[in-house]
Design a protein around this ligand. Structure first.
Ligand code: ADP
Length: 435
């Protein structure tokens, strides 16, 4: 600061000195006039430099930067350096932004950047192609305005973007897209889209293949089982010495039939996303049937109790599918509970949700197996599963059915002591019946 005062006032020093010398000889007026003239000149010089700066600021250009002397030289030099730093940063930012855009353009997936009002800020050419957008036209337009499909609007508004959305565009139903919203920054989102038509085709082919093979196997298996049974029933047709082999063949044929049936059930469930024929299910009656079926299957080996059935608590869904899911859980409990064990079935409200539980005092499951139980053909003990007529597909079917009913499967188990399998249904699926 000291330097500033010195540098701005020193040009007045010679004039002040001359005034001092003139004062005694030429008089005070002359001396003051000389000093005033010097001050005026200095003021004019500052005004001139200020004007130069103002003119330049109107059209700032590094090439035509104003030149100054004295303190203005310092002002212009600092300003020049600051400006150059700014220009350098800006160039660097622009090139980084351009690099990012080039990378986003090179991505094999479509990317759309949305602002806090879900309006398009930017998108790459793949997104333009897949979603039928045109950036010049569609920038600042709300995405829901351009992608007018109920499924997408629901996905966008649900604000739960953990899983992607599969979408068949109405303007091009042959194409299947996978759309995933990724929140970032403050309320902004990236919409990532991918063409999964070929994956869908492969998946459909796989499903069709399994369904066709299962279907083709069904008739020969029925014939084989039928003849085996008939032969066994005909007096003397099967000599006692080989009767054991016939029993084995029958068991294996039955196993294959169960497997084929389960595979067909799975492909039926996979081929339609929602349950057919949804209606109000009288769960009380359904559980009574299940109870009878369970007693039959157990043949008196277990104590099976209907425990805590909330009367009049009904469910909206497909009765056939719900029956199949519940009976799978009950059958498992019977198959994995040693004789003399206890199995409790319950159906009640837990908070806003309705829960069907099957609790057994069976062999239990070690914790590391629990997350994988609903995978196809995942079995903790293959031999035991086979022995009891298992296919390894039961829980996979249960999970499918529950997912189609927006429900979930909860499994808890104490190894060696027993397990509880619960189907938890959301509030929207529950209805109260007065009778
Ligand atoms: P599986 O036909 O082999 O029973 P599931 O899909 O129904 O096939 O069940 C998968 C595996 O989960 C079974 O093989 C078994 O190891 C285990 N499991 C299912 N239910 C029970 C249960 N109630 N108690 C113990 N283990 C069970």
């Amino acid at each position: 600061m000291q330097d500033f005062w010195w540098r701005t006032t020193w040009p007045l020093l010679p004039a002040a000195l001359i005034s001092l010398i003139l004062w005694p000889t030429a008089g005070a007026h002359i001396a003051l006039a000389v000093l005033c003239a010097a001050m005026l000149l200095l003021l004019l010089k500052h005004l001139f430099q200020l004007r130069q700066l103002m003119t330049w600021l109107k059209r700032p250009d590094l090439e035509a930067f104003p030149w100054g002397s004295g303190i203005w030289e310092d002002v212009f030099a600092s300003l020049y350096q600051e400006l150059r730093r700014h220009v350098r940063n800006e160039t660097q930012l622009i090139s980084e932004l351009e690099r990012l855009r080039q990378a986003a353009r090179a991505l094999p997936d479509g990317v759309v950047m949305l602002n806090e009002n879900d309006q398009i800020e930017w998108c790459n050419p793949i997104a333009e192609r897949l979603l039928g957008l045109r950036l010049e036209h569609d920038a600042h337009q709300p995405i829901s305005y351009l992608l007018r499909q109920t499924e997408f609007s629901e996905y966008l508004n649900a604000r739960n973007y953990a899983t992607p959305l599969m979408l068949k565009l109405s303007r091009n139903p042959d194409m299947t897209l996978e759309l995933q919203l990724v929140p970032f920054g403050v309320n902004r989102k990236l919409l990532i889209c991918r063409d999964i038509t070929h994956l869908e085709k492969i998946e459909t082919m796989r499903r069709d293949f399994v369904a066709n093979v299962s279907h083709e196997l069904r008739t020969p298996l029925t014939v084989i089982s039928g003849f085996l049974e008939t032969l066994k029933d005909i007096e003397g047709a099967v000599p006692e010495t080989i009767r054991h082999y016939f029993d084995l063949m029958e068991t294996q044929a039955n196993r294959m039939r169960n497997l084929v049936n389960d595979l067909l059930t799975l492909s039926r469930l996979e081929s339609s996303p929602t349950p057919a024929q949804e209606k109000e299910i009288d769960v009380d009656t359904l559980l009574e049937h299940l109870h009878k079926e369970a007693l039959n299957l157990s043949g008196g080996r277990h104590c099976i109790i209907l425990d805590g059935i909330e009367p009049g608590l009904h469910l909206i869904g497909s009765e056939e599918e719900i029956h199949s899911a519940f009976s799978n859980l009950v059958n498992n409990a019977i198959r994995y509970t040693p004789d003399g064990g206890e199995i409790r079935l319950s159906w009640k409200l837990r908070g806003q949700e309705a829960v069907f539980s099957v609790q057994d005092t069976g062999i239990g499951i070690e914790p590391q197996h629990i997350p994988r139980l609903t995978e196809r053909f995942y079995r903790v003990d293959r031999a035991r599963s086979r022995e009891t007529g298992g296919t390894g597909l039961g829980l996979s079917i249960v999970k499918h059915i529950l997912t189609r009913h927006q429900a979930r499967l909860e499994i808890s188990s104490d190894y060696g002591k027993g397990s509880t399998f619960s189907a938890v249904f959301p509030r929207d699926r529950i209805v109260r019946s007065d009778h």
